[in-house]
Design a protein around this ligand. Structure first.
Ligand code: ZN
Length: 387
């Protein structure tokens, strides 16, 4: 069970990063005095979109969440760290367990116990995720302390459910496998209610409800193609519960969910960012390790572009940083594109020259990603290459 998530979670929790890394809520709590109303009045934005429509008028009643003590959880075997800030993402998983199972409360308790045993066996000290929703529509607390923290709305236990995102996200495991079918109605309904309550308590905009596969650094199909494809509708239903306005909430197209790359990240996305920073005239080493120098260069770029200089490359900074390259282009941005194409299976030389080989690799990638096949690496292709 939870096998997708198990494969992509680290053996130990990611270190707790400074609050500033966590975006809006972290920065808010650092200031310590701004309530949400003040933040909204000040026009603070997250990823370019106002929070107001998504959390104003919030009065979502908490769904019934069965606490660890009630379903018979074993005590945690390690210390569970509490963050000093709010989570900024809600990550939806599927357990990759069978769908043809009992939907009773007893069955919900059993799946919670089984999941905890599995995770204890992994050496995670407790259930990895914060909450689970059974196929019968029962919501259960996972990691100890999650429910109390959620009620308080100020912090959360650092979980183990999504490598690269554990320090800034809440995880919900959805019992079942959603590669070709959706959660049954009762489960879906509870999932929407639970997500709405979490978004309300932690001021998480619905655009930040993501699938496990969206987490930077993950290599998983979780939460399954069918549930993943239903996430735009899911976000809308959550937004509707959160708002007294019955109108549809504006939602980003799923293809424009961007990876979040920041301090401490390693890998090809960091290399791409470093090449793009060099393209912009900033001298950083391309070593694939997002250290303080890369962060400083990102801040410098953001300041120059009049963006919020938080040093994190997310959905606002990526489209500005990733310049369009095509046949005949040369330079660092082309090198970045070549690194990204190689991460997607091309075997290109990183020579910064967009010639026939890079053109062919770009076409092939666009075809497989169901994009317009024009070999022009613009915002949509950059997005698909790096998310
Ligand atoms: Zn997962």
């Amino acid at each position: 069970m939870c096998s997708d998530c198990v494969r992509s979670a680290p053996a130990t929790p990611a270190p707790t990063l400074p609050a500033a890394r966590s975006g809006f809520p972290g920065r808010l709590s650092r200031r310590g005095v701004l309530g949400l109303g003040a933040a909204a009045a000040a026009g603070l934005t997250v990823g370019g979109s106002l929070l107001v429509t998504e959390v104003a008028n919030a009065a979502v009643k908490p769904p019934t969440i069965i606490p660890t003590a009630e379903w018979g959880a074993k005590p945690a075997t390690t210390r569970i760290d509490l963050s000093e800030y709010r989570p900024t993402y809600l990550v939806i998983h599927h357990m990759a367990t069978p769908n043809n199972v009992a939907t009773t409360k007893a069955a919900a308790y059993q799946i919670a116990r089984d999941c905890q045993s599995w995770h204890l066996g992994n050496g995670w000290g407790d259930t990895g995720q914060h909450f689970s929703v059974s196929r019968g529509g029962y919501a259960l607390e996972g990691r100890h302390g999650s429910l109390n923290a959620l009620r308080g709305g100020k912090n959360f236990p650092i979980g183990i459910h999504a490598r690269g995102g554990n320090d800034r996200s809440i995880g919900i495991e959805t019992q079942g496998t959603f590669t070709s079918e959706l959660p049954p109605a009762a489960q879906w309904k509870t999932l929407v209610q639970l997500a709405a309550y979490i978004c309300q308590q932690y001021r998480i905009p619905t655009s930040r409800i993501i699938g496990h596969r969206d987490v930077n650094g993950s290599s998983t199909a979780c939460p399954g193609n069918t549930l993943y494809a239903a996430l735009p509708r899911f976000r809308q239903e959550v937004a509707k519960l959160l708002s007294s306005d019955p109108g549809p909430a504006p939602e980003p197209a799923p293809e424009f969910v961007w990876a979040v790359v920041g301090l401490g990240d390693r890998g090809f996305r960091t290399k791409v960012v470093q090449h793009l920073l060099r393209q912009s005239g900033r001298s950083v080493e391309v070593d694939g390790s997002f250290g303080p120098k890369t962060e400083a260069a990102v801040k410098s770029f953001q300041k120059a572009a009049q963006l919020d200089a938080d040093g994190v490359v997310g959905k606002v900074t990526w489209p500005r940083l990733a310049v369009t390259v095509r046949n005949g282009s040369t330079g660092e941005a082309v090198k970045g594109a070549q690194v990204a194409l190689n991460a997607r299976g091309a075997g290109l030389q990183i020579d910064g020259s967009f010639g026939p080989a890079t053109t062919a690799a770009a076409r092939s990638f666009q075809q497989s990603a169901k994009l317009v096949v024009d070999a022009v690496i613009g915002p949509k292709t950059w997005n698909a290459l790096t998310k």
